[in-house]
Ligand binder design. Structure first.
Ligand code: AMP
Ligand code: ZN
Length: 468
């Protein structure tokens, strides 16, 4: 049995994870609002919970649990989307469909597996209406002027996740005061739409749902009234997650909603908060287009524990890139990719992840495998951590090999020139060849045994054309 420990935001301690139903381990993560490309910060929860999903799937096998069910939503009804449609004179459905596909492509480039369920909010409007009706029946919500509001004071445990009282929260929050609210803390479950806004018929008139009810309705439909893990960025803890808990527990008192709450810390850039005004705001696609591979972004993410602020720097990206290149060389030299497919992930790596996702420690073990020429194990663990797929590793190893084969005549010539230089003591030709190779992105290794030329990631064969 592998024991998994996870930090539960609600208890603020690491707890041993015990699935409610070992035959079906259930996890819900708040997904993106689809109106624009995902910025680098949006990718952090995706990568963090992808690592957890991979760990759970592995441990499910070794512990004899059943399946793992992972749901992550798309919020495709939101005022930011409406504003984008209006400004660009495009249809809402066009924008949300395009942005959803961008998100999936960009996250796949970071090695994130697709969740088992990816519900879109607009496909669950009837379920949201049913849930809101139930809340009204139970006196937890009231309709007023086309709105439906959740009565926060009706749920005694409100604030239990972040450990704050309602009065403290009112003092600190930017709550919207509206004449139709009984209490400023009450939040919107349903609001009226005009003809220019997306809307659906409901018992309270033509309107659209509030953001929080979406996650409560979709998680209930897909995972049930009680499930295991709920995740998201820590900026969502209040009010979004407090409101999800209030809605779900009041609408479904038979269940307990999520058992374990997990929150990732925020991402910063070069030590500063990422923001448009500071000019350090960029999307995942921007980085990919600059030639920074997805596995490099993922590696940088995994090097910081998810509950610590993570600082994205160009220096870290460069360091990750050269480390991953070394790993590929090690796999090519010492590994057997066929055998790697049936090699279990290293116990120390599983144990590190099982200790509240200690990804930093897990990466450290990759170094150990590389340093001990354990290429097959290294390959299996690179795949387990989602840094590469087996197909990607095969392609990278083949690329390295064909580069090496192509360089073989030059390696031989350099060997001869060097032998001649030893005799003549004139090394100018050796130096000329060496610097041309370095400039073309080839690493030159010379030893008593001979000359080895290793193409690097930026190897450009066209720069060697005049040489051979
Ligand atoms: P949003 O589209 O703003 O609702 O955010 C989608 C997800 O990205 C949520 O889980 C947020 O917590 C997360 N997120 C947003 N900004 C950052 C950031 N700078 N660092 C880490 N996660 C973030
Ligand atoms: Zn949510």
């Amino acid at each position: 049995m592998t024991e998994i420990k996870l930090h539960n935001s609600r208890s603020r301690t690491k707890e041993v994870f015990t699935p409610l139903d070992p035959q079906n381990v259930r996890m819900y993560v708040c997904g993106p609002t689809v109106y624009d490309r995902a910025h680098l910060g949006n990718a952090r929860p995706v990568v963090v919970f992808d690592v957890l999903y991979r760990l759970l799937r592995h441990v499910a096998k070794t512990n004899g649990w059943g399946k793992v069910t992972y749901a992550r939503n798309f919020t495709d009804v939101d005022d930011k989307i409406n504003a984008r449609a209006l400004a660009s004179d495009r249809r809402i459905e066009e924008i949300t469909a395009e942005t959803t596909q961008w998100f999936l492509d960009d996250m796949a480039a970071l090695g994130a597996l697709e969740p088992d369920h990816m519900p879109r909010a607009t496909a669950y409007i009837p379920q949201m209406i049913t849930m809101i009706e139930g809340l009204i029946e139970g006196d937890h919500a009231y309709a007023a002027e086309g709105h439906v509001l959740f009565r926060v004071r009706s749920y005694k445990q409100y604030g239990g996740l972040s450990g704050r009282s309602v009065d403290d929260m009112i003092a600190g929050a930017r709550v919207e005061v509206a004449p139709f609210k009984e209490d400023p803390m009450d939040f919107v479950l349903w609001k009226p739409s005009d003809a220019t806004q997306p809307g659906w018929d409901s018992p309270w008139g033509y309107g659209r749902p509030g953001w929080h009810i979406e996650c409560s309705a979709m998680s209930y439909e897909i995972l049930g009234a009680s499930f295991d893990i709920h995740g998201g960025g820590n900026d969502l803890m209040f009010p979004h997650h407090e409101n999800e808990i209030a809605q779900s527990c009041c609408a479904h008192p038979e269940g307990e909603f999520a058992q374990v709450w997990m929150h990732n810390e925020m991402l910063q850039v070069e030590g500063k908060k990422m923001s448009k005004s500071l000019g350090n705001f960029f999307t995942v696609r921007d980085l990919l287009d600059q030639g920074i591979p997805g596995e490099v972004i993922r590696f940088v993410f995994l090097s910081t524990h998810y509950r610590k602020p993570m600082d994205w720097t160009a220096e870290k990206a460069a360091g990750a890139e050269s480390k991953l290149d070394d790993y590929i060389k090690s796999v090519a030299q010492y590994g057997d990719l066929e055998a790697a497919r049936s090699t279990a992930p290293m116990d120390e790596i599983v144990q590190a992840l099982a200790d509240d996702l200690n990804t930093h420690a897990a990466l450290g073990r990759l170094d150990h495998l590389a340093n001990h020429a354990m290429g097959t194990e290294l390959a299996a663990n690179l795949v387990f951590l989602g840094l590469f797929s087996f197909e990607e590793l095969e392609a990278r190893v083949a690329q390295l090999q064909s580069g090496k084969d192509g360089l073989a005549p030059l390696a031989e010539r350099l060997g001869q020139v060097r032998a001649a230089a030893m005799a003549s003591k004139d090394f100018s030709e050796v130096d000329r060849l060496k610097s041309a190779l370095l400039e073309a992105g080839v690493e030159v290794r010379m030893s008593k045994e001979g000359v080895e030329l290793v193409p690097g990631p930026n190897f450009d064969p066209s720069r060697l054309e005049g040489l051979s």
